[in-house]
Design a protein around this ligand. Sequence first.
Ligand SMILES: [Fe+2]
Ligand SMILES: [Fe+2]
Length: 315
Amino acid sequence: MQFVGQKLDSLLGEYLKPVDENWQPSDFLPDSANESFISDVKLLQESCRELPYDYVAVLIGDTITEEALPTYESWLMDVVGVDQLNEPHGWAQWVRSWTAEENRHGDLLNKYLYLSGRVNMRAMEVSTQYLIADGFDIGTGRDPYRNFIYTSFQELATNVSHRRTATLAKQFGNTHLSKICGVIASDEMRHAKAYKAFVSRIFEVDPSEMMLALEDMMRKKIVMPAHFLRETGVKMGDTFSHFSDAAQRLGVYTTNDYIDILDALLDEWKVEHLRDLNEQAEKARDYLLALPTRLRRIADRTKVPELAYEFSWID
Ligand SMILES: [Fe+2]
Ligand SMILES: [Fe+2]
């Protein structure tokens, strides 16, 4: 961590934006101090009226995932090498600044959904409170290698899903919502670049251990941060499966996206061409290089459930 974080200032400068230059949620929302507020909200609601059920459900699930940020920040603060007490401007600074950018995502989506008139906000808030209280179990432990693999993967996954909800919003005639999802997607891409770069640095100095960490994470499968998602009266995690099915049906985030991300990461980290691996790491590499093809075969055989589920979030 000391090696990767040697020039943390320049990492912050390269991958995060200065606060004053960054967009804020209110840049994309009707101004409640403005006289036109009520009519602006009416227009906003008009543009949300025809959004399909599954689409609204996925947007809500995405929002709740973003809103569980306290779980992610507290998790990352506990990673080995992050020390907010003795080195508040070391890795702890990265975690705080990353969190500060991410915090705008849930904030913006939540306010938009509140104004949209399509959401049972109380039911959604119950799910958010549950999710934060339930935490997550992502199989990384406190190990920075595994955590940076996880965050690389996740930032790419959220980039895909926000990008797709942006494209769909446009198709449904809602350019405002499309812009909102689009700006969030581009933040996720910036963050993905950062975490991918951290992993690349570690591959340079400790290729065998990094390879073993990657194999371990892929054997366990990368779970989504909201995998414990639930609603009142629903078992922990069951709402997540319905949310994930809806995302598959819409093509917002699919099994094939998971495999594409894996492919892209293997490529990015030049896994095929790494030198100086020990025997165990060579085996791990063999497993990893064969994995995308294997997963694609399984994906071709699995069907997305047609069954529509009624979420308590939408009346
Ligand atoms: Fe985010
Ligand atoms: Fe993110």
